[in-house]
Each structure stands twice: as C-alpha cells, then as structure tokens.
Design a protein around this ligand. Structure first.
Ligand SMILES: CSCCC(=O)C(=O)COP(=O)(O)O
Ligand SMILES: [Mg+2]
Length: 237
C-alpha cells in the first residue's frame, strides 16, 4: 500500500484500472487471452448484429489510419456476402496485430468490451481488484471525495469489471467513468475534457496511475498548482 497526502484543493480522485485498481496480470493473463481465444467464434456468431457491424466499421476506420505503421494488417472495406469468412479472418488478424502492440484504440477497446460482456454475466469472468481498493475507496468517499475511473478500457468494459468483481458490485462506490472517447491518456486535453465534464478544475483532480507517461494532468495542474505535482510524486512513487 502506498501512503500519500492529498493536496487541499483535491475534491476528486480519478483512478486508472490496469496496474492501479487491478493487477496487470488480470488484464494480460485473463482478459486479453479471452479475446484471442474467442474472437473468431464471437465474430461468426454476432456478425449480422448491428453492434458487431458498428464495431467492424470502427476497426476499418482505424485500419485506414494505421496504414502507415510497419506491419499493419488491413481490413477490406467492402466485400461481397460470400467473402464473409475472409473478412472475419482479416478482422481477427487486425485485432491480434493491435493487441500484439498493446494498442489502446477506441475501436479495439469497444469490441473487447462487447466480447467480455457475456463472460462476466455468465460468471466466466470476475473483475479483480487489489485488496486495498475497496477499503480505500470507501474511506475516500467517507471523507467526501468524488471517485471516477479513467481507463483505456471502454466504459462498458469498466462497468463490467467493477459490476461483476470478486468483491461484488462496486459500481455504487463510483461516481462515473471515462474512456478514450474523451481522448487518450497521454494527451493533456483528455484531462481538461474530464474536468469540464465533471465541472471542476484540473487542480481539484488527483489522478492515480501506475504509468508515468499517463501524467499530463500534472502538466495541466502545474500551470496553476505546482505543489499538487510535487506532493503526488513524493508520496506515491
Ligand atoms: C476496463 S479494463 C480493460 C483493460 C484494458 O483493456 C486496458 O487497456 C487497460 O488500460 P488502463 O488504461 O486501465 O491501464
Ligand atoms: Mg495503468
């Protein structure tokens, strides 16, 4: 457990998931292998559904943007019905390629969230949280802090992880969720968007994360409140 002092202007705690509330091993050894093992079956079963087709369209758009990246895997944009199997294979290959680079694209994360849904609902998956997470969150709430999640995993995937966790349904302990639709974690604009959305100022938000490059909030905060950065760095790392 890390001990740190929360600077006085902080009213809101924003939590990352992987490596912060949840062991990295749960994501790398349980959630991601589930996708790799089940993607082909999932696509074959859900291909005609609107949600699945929307996910494919987003993956295609992402593939167009990625065409400059070495080793990228294309997804054909228009294909006749009798070529569905080739198309599904292209999507599988693209998802495997994105996952091999641990890409955090919104398109990939949306599909993953939809795939995990039935596994959580049927009890095949249970979201892991570190043992100090629930007591800490309860204590912070008692002290009056608001609690939000900001993860690259989609909001739906976040709600599944906390809603079907090993400690039961934790969603009532959280005030809201943010994913890459507000922007990526390495971009300072994302933190401004979150602050605007919850109607507070960046210096009121303490972001807890295991990844140092996910820290532009501190650059945003530093403009008006340099002590917040110093206090966090001294305390948490
Ligand atoms: C909703 S948990 C799924 C984990 C995931 O897909 C991921 O990319 C974790 O990223 P984080 O931003 O929580 O480190
Ligand atoms: Mg993390």
């Amino acid at each position: 457990m890390a001990l740190f002092s929360v600077p006085t202007p902080v009213t809101t705690i924003l939590l990352d998931i992987e490596g912060t509330t949840t062991p990295i091993t749960f994501v790398k050894d349980v959630l991601f292998p589930y996708i790799k093992e089940n993607i082909k079956k999932y696509l074959l079963e859900h291909w005609q559904e609107k949600e699945c087709q929307e996910d494919i369209t987003q993956l295609q758009k992402q593939a167009e943007k990625d065409s400059h990246i070495d080793g990228f895997v294309p997804i054909p944009s228009a294909i006749s019905d009798n070529e569905t199997e080739n198309m599904i294979q292209a999507v599988v290959d693209n998802v495997y390629w994105q996952m091999s680079l641990d890409r955090k694209t919104t398109a990939l994360k949306q599909l993953q969230g939809h795939m995990w849904r039935s596994a959580y609902i049927t009890g095949q998956l249970k979201g892991e949280v570190y043992e100090d997470v629930v007591p800490s969150i309860r204590q912070w709430r008692e002290l009056g802090f608001k609690l939000y999640i900001y993860s690259s995993g989609s909001v739906e995937a976040q709600k599944l992880l906390f809603g079907y966790s090993i400690e039961g349904n934790l969603l009532k302990l959280l005030d809201g969720h943010f994913d890459t639709t507000v922007g990526h974690k390495v971009e300072s604009k994302s933190y401004r968007n979150i602050a605007d959305s919850i109607r507070c100022s960046p210096e009121n938000i303490l972001f807890l994360t295991d990844v140092v490059k996910d820290m532009p909030l501190y650059l945003v905060t530093q403009e008006s409140y340099p002590e917040a950065v110093i206090s966090f760095q001294l305390g948490f790392y």
